[in-house]
Design a binder for this molecule. Structure first.
Ligand SMILES: NC(=O)c1ccc[n+]([C@@H]2O[C@H](COP(=O)([O-])OP(=O)(O)OC[C@H]3O[C@@H](n4cnc5c(N)ncnc54)[C@H](OP(=O)(O)O)[C@@H]3O)[C@@H](O)[C@H]2O)c1
Length: 275
């Protein structure tokens, strides 16, 4: 896998996270190309990573074994139509990381039988802590599934689903998920400062608590609910905070927020897929 040549079409935040994670994991920079129309994006990419950066999508994909479309869902149709004469179905694998956009629409726009895998990654890929879920479309050989799996495993944990529709739920949980945690971290840091702690201590305490709680939950045989109960004594401080959260319908807030993300993923599929 470390030998496959990768072409990222689109060099925004998700491409940067994946490229950074792959390089940190020993992937050869000479095997990665990235294309982006935006000069500032290209400069930032070249400054941070010793990979080949180009304005031209065709130069980017020309010698690639794997083409990763890391563009916004709204750009998928136009980019795939512009590439379709240049795709090589017999030797190339196409990976789409676009939220929502279904394999049937991607295949229609690419207008050839190129093997296609959809992946829903997330930005902690940058530091090797990504979480990705993969779905294989038609025409995908086992060797290509392994190739995609190896690429994504280099930047974090992976799982496969056999029902494409489940990628909408994955998008609402892990694709968009880092932002939910960033928001909670932000809220807790602000609360720490409002209660008199200095900014540095506030940040360190919140980040270490988030990291510690996550690691504990990962390492433990107990469920998150059981771990929570363990640290919640009757009439104690934690109970006071958790009671307030429950009375404020915290679970409903999160369920509704995640449902909104999932609905948006489905909406992108139907809005853009109909075009
Ligand atoms: N960010 C996440 O956390 C995340 C997580 C999971 C999945 N995704 C998916 O990953 C994809 C990329 O998201 P992102 O957050 O990385 O978006 P982004 O930061 O906006 O990056 C997309 C890049 O593609 C460039 N682009 C636009 N038109 C292009 C073209 N014709 N050819 C080549 N490049 C072109 C954009 O340039 P301009 O800025 O000039 O338009 C931009 O630099 C999306 O489909 C999203 O659903 C993102």
């Amino acid at each position: 896998m470390m030998n496959s040549r990768l072409a990222f079409v689109g060099g925004g935040s998700m491409a940067r996270s994946m490229v950074g994670g792959l390089l940190a994991n020993g992937y050869g920079p000479d095997r990665i190309r990235v294309s982006d129309p935006d000069a500032q994006q290209r400069e930032a990419l070249s400054r941070n990573f010793p990979v080949t950066v180009t304005e031209d999508n065709l130069t980017c994909i020309d010698a690639a074994d794997v083409i990763i479309t890391a563009i916004k869902p709204q750009n998928m149709k136009q980019v795939l139509i512009s590439l379709h004469h240049y795709l090589k179905p017999s030797s190339q694998l196409l990976i789409s990381i676009a939220a929502g956009i279904r394999t049937r629409d991607i295949m229609r726009w690419a207008d050839c039988d190129i093997p296609l895998i959809r992946v829903m990654p997330n930005t902690p890929a940058l530091i090797g802590y990504g979480a990705s879920v993969l779905f294989a479309g038609q025409n995908v050989r086992l060797s290509q599934k392994n190739m995609a799996q190896n690429i994504m495993q280099a930047v974090g944990e992976i799982a496969w689903v056999e029902n494409e529709d489940l990628l909408d739920a994955v998008t609402g949980i892990s694709g968009s998920g880092p932002a939910y945690f960033f928001r909670i971290i932000e809220i807790m840091i602000n609360a720490a400062q409002k209660n008199g702690l200095d900014p540095e201590l506030s940040k360190n305490l919140v980040l270490q608590t988030a990291l510690g709680a996550t690691q504990l939950a990962k390492d433990s045989d107990l469920s998150a609910g059981e771990l929570r109960k363990q640290v919640t004594s009757k009439r104690g401080t934690t109970e006071a905070a958790l009671n307030f959260m429950e009375n404020s319908r915290i679970e409903a807030v999160f369920e509704d927020a995640i449902s909104a993300a999932i609905a948006r993923s489905r909406e992108l599929a139907s809005e853009l897929g109909e075009e």
